[in-house]
Design a binder for this molecule. Structure first.
Ligand code: NAP
Length: 250
């Protein structure tokens, strides 16, 4: 049985990945992961494509054991892994709670690493991983210091892992979108509180999902939607981050 595993399936960009996956003939079943079980059930009920619902909190290490056990029992072939679950928080480090900050690291970095490690042994030649990163990975973002640091980890992890699994015929892509109008903005307390987010161009989650899947399948390493953010990525490579941070402060 060929499956796709999607984390953060219950909202925003995750839902758009789900709508792409249900139309794929090379996938027999989709495994959906997020905390809100009712949302996952609604998605599963909306399609004829078989789905497995895994209502897991990925900040809890037990979730990785549950996923590992389920994979060991069923022994599917994972064709596509999409590590999409993630959240951010706006605010200086000394203004945010310890829990918010450590949970960001747990979900955005540790869970992505753990899910990938557990899944890799079930992946074969021709399969691919999409890691949802962000433009925040290109340079540090004051007022989103922890979030941008977690996404820098995701970018570095994705590039390095890609080299490791190339010989197995597996591709790893990091997709680096700019702001998208999803629950992310209210979860992060960004709505109405960030001039930067008010002026930046927004990315369409539908396009981000569809294009990143296409790019991953083509064997690409990084997907940056919109010319504006491609240009920002180059600037962040060329200019000192002490300068870039004047622009990237959220
Ligand atoms: N929106 C943006 O501006 C933006 C820009 C660049 C990158 N991104 C990245 O895009 C990805 C998707 O975000 P989004 O914009 O679609 O935000 P979203 O609408 O808030 O969706 C986040 C998803 O992550 C899941 N999630 C959150 N905490 C979880 C946990 N502890 N365990 C398991 N699942 C959890 C949520 O499901 P439950 O709440 O049901 O658990 C939800 O399905 C994230 O990695 C984010 O960093 C977003």
């Amino acid at each position: 049985m060929k499956i796709a595993i999607l984390t953060g399936a219950s909202a925003g960009l995750g839902k758009e990945y789900f709508y792409n996956l249900i139309n794929r003939s090379d996938i027999d079943c989709i495994w959906l992961i997020a905390r809100r079980k009712d949302r996952l059930e609604q998605l599963a009920a909306s399609t004829d494509k078989p789905c497995v619902i895994l209502p897991l909190d990925l900040t809890d290490d037990k979730s990785f054991e549950i996923l590992k056990e389920k994979l060991s029992e069923q022994k599917p072939e994972i064709k596509i892994l999409i590590n999409n679950a993630g959240f951010g928080k706006l605010g200086n480090v000394d203004q945010l709670s310890v829990t918010d900050q450590t949970d960001m690291v747990r979900l955005n970095c540790a869970a992505l690493t753990a899910v990938t490690t557990v899944c890799l042994q079930f992946m074969k030649k021709g399969s691919f991983i999409v890691n949802v990163c962000s433009i925040a990975s290109f340079a540090p973002n004051p007022r989103m210091t922890v979030y941008s640091s977690t996404k820098a980890y995701v970018l570095s992890f994705s590039k390095s892992l890609r080299q490791e699994v190339k010989k197995r015929g597996i591709n790893v892509l990091a997709t680096c979108p700019g702001p998208m109008n999803t629950e992310f903005l209210s979860v992060a307390n960004i709505t109405g509180n960030s001039k930067t987010f008010d002026i930046l161009p927004y990315c369409d989650p539908k396009k981000v999902a569809a294009h990143s899947l296409k790019q991953a399948e083509k064997g690409r390493a990084i997907h940056t939607p919109k010319l504006f953010y491609k240009f920002y990525r180059i600037l962040a490579k060329l200019l000192p981050h002490s300068f870039i941070m004047k622009l990237s402060k959220t």
